[in-house]
Design a protein around this ligand. Structure first.
Ligand code: GLP
Length: 256
């Protein structure tokens, strides 16, 4: 398999991995002033956003020119619902670094016409000039965004059905009841994600080790949507030692 130029960083600790990821984003914000950031949710990203808020408060990192597009939102949850990704983003980042709602975008999970909403989301990304840096986590099913298997690599923003495994993974915000987790979401497609100018994936902890190894070393294809990042010419993957623990010595050595 042709491996363009994935840049793999493995840190000893979780804190270092988070700081590297936050530093990467902060560097672009400081250098460009007005980048278009693709943002992600999930527990992994909470510490990244805390680190960015700290840089804003302590070093004056200025987010006033930043535009953002998030990967996904649950169907049926409005922006005021505390379990929505809208709420997650406002409370962890946007409100804390002074990003007005006119600069931030997430798909509307309550849209009456989800297909029209998804098409409008794609159009808004294009009109903003495309995404400069897309931040990514990885789900237990190997998803990026909510691109459950199989997700074609040319898929666009659309409504998807969530796997049982994903609803179990994300049940903490829903009273630990997987059945209470919405069974559908609006997500950027794999094709949408691959159009970003650069990609930054972050995974933390031993629970991610196996799926990270499958994504980075298994077959590239729609069964593991995260494997698509290996086709991108500018992709950085940051792992802590635990999430990197199932990688082959060969891959580790190639990126040492
Ligand atoms: C959700 C998001 C994904 C994210 C995943 C990882 O499923 N839609 O974008 O990668 O969570 O979650 P966590 O960081 O909590 O493991």
């Amino acid at each position: 398999m042709h491996m363009p130029s994935m840049h793999l960083i493995v840190t000893d600790t979780r804190e270092e991995a988070v700081n590297r990821a936050a530093g990467f984003i902060a560097g672009l914000v400081a250098q460009r002033g007005d980048p278009v950031l693709g943002l992600a949710t999930g527990r992994t990203m909470e510490d990244v956003y805390r680190a960015l808020v700290a840089r804003h408060e302590q070093e004056g990192l200025d987010f006033s020119g930043v535009t953002s597009f998030n990967l996904d939102e649950y169907v049926g949850l409005g922006p005021e619902d505390v379990r929505s990704y809208h709420h997650y983003m406002r409370s962890l980042l946007f409100d804390r670094v002074g990003m007005p709602s006119s600069h931030t975008h997430l798909p509307d999970g309550t849209a009456h016409d989800p297909d029209a909403e998804c098409a409008a989301y794609e159009k808004a990304i294009r009109e903003a000039g495309g995404i400069d840096l897309q931040l990514l986590g990885i789900g237990d099913t190997g998803h990026i965004g909510f691109n459950e298997p199989p997700s074609p690599f040319d898929s666009r923003t659309r409504c998807v059905r969530l796997d049982r495994q994903t609803r179990e993974q994300n049940a903490a915000m829903f009273g630990n009841d997987p059945d209470a987790v919405p069974d559908r979401a609006l997500t950027m497609g794999v094709g949408t994600i691959l159009e970003a100018d650069s990609l930054l994936m972050l995974a933390l902890g031993s629970a991610k080790a196996e799926i990270v190894a499958r994504a980075l070393e298994g077959p590239v294809g729609p069964e593991i949507s995260a494997s698509a990042i290996r086709l991108h010419p500018r992709c950085t993957v940051i792992l802590d030692a635990r999430s990197a623990s199932a990688l082959s010595p060969q891959l580790r050595a190639a990126h040492a």
